[in-house]
Design a binder for this molecule. Sequence first.
Ligand SMILES: [Fe+2]
Length: 348
Amino acid sequence: MDGNFRPTRGCPHVRDPYAFPAAFCSSGRHRRGIDGDRAERTRRRRRAADPEGVADGRIDDLRWLDAARDASVQLPRRLLSALRAFRHDAGPDGVLLLRNLPVVADDPLLPTPAVKGSVERVPTVAASVITTAMLNLGEVIAFRNEKTGALVQNVVPVPGSEASQSNAGSVLLELHIENAFHDNRPDFVGLLCVREDPTGDAKLCTSSIRRALPLLSEKARTVLGEPRFLTEPPPSFGALDSVTPAHAVLNGDPEDPNVLVDFSATHPLDDEARQAMAELRSAFMETMSALSLRVGDLAVVDNRLAVHGRTSFTPSYDGADRWLHRVYAHLDHRRSRVDRAGDGAVLG
Ligand SMILES: [Fe+2]
């Protein structure tokens, strides 16, 4: 692996970017285009940040998640339609890009956090927007060993973690399926940009197996479909002493498989497997797209079809660095029940 991403396209092959209706937006950028009375705007802002007025709790309070689930059906119809269609079929690229979502209310955005394990505990407009959007794709979940099980996590660069292959790093982040080692990994990963990378260097990179498959040799397809690979937990899970049982990288219908690989954590068990994995990475690189996320962009990745990563960038740690919120969703809540103590949202 040569370690460098060389996107062949300037932007992802996403479904039509969705313009969030101005009437629902509360950020200053969008408020300029809003007609109507101030009270209505205030009401909408409050509803977005605090569905049903339960903010006395916290995001990780299940009462807030219940209220967010109720509020999720009140999103604008076009947004609901885009999410539902993506859930049905994530298309050839396995990525949905929604644009112009509101991320702040009246208050100025806080400085970008620069601490390890940063999460959102208190409801904000941005946290509410990403949570209600993801609740239209499935049930929102988190992992106790990752960022203390917070449902809305911050993806920010952290001093001292530059070389980490995790959300805290700033070196090139290898293409990966999110939490590939875990039986109940998310089906969808949402990344909402609340502050752009001021350098413009940090780009979300995605590739789908639907694009890459035709580039693979028959031999590689066969080998990737056999249990000849092991995957470790990512660094964001701390020191877990576990790896997957041997698994295949391609699963399901050979003509339209799911993919399970993390190019920094999946290990081939023999030379043929190593060669097939290198071929797969080349195919992903050839079909990869890169996107500089803008404020208000929500990129949703289908974690069964598409791998994602990030180009390298140089943080300044001055409060103005790139800042994303990350939320996971999965489709089958019953399947993960054994891992969710008390029927909560956090997998142990
Ligand atoms: Fe990731």
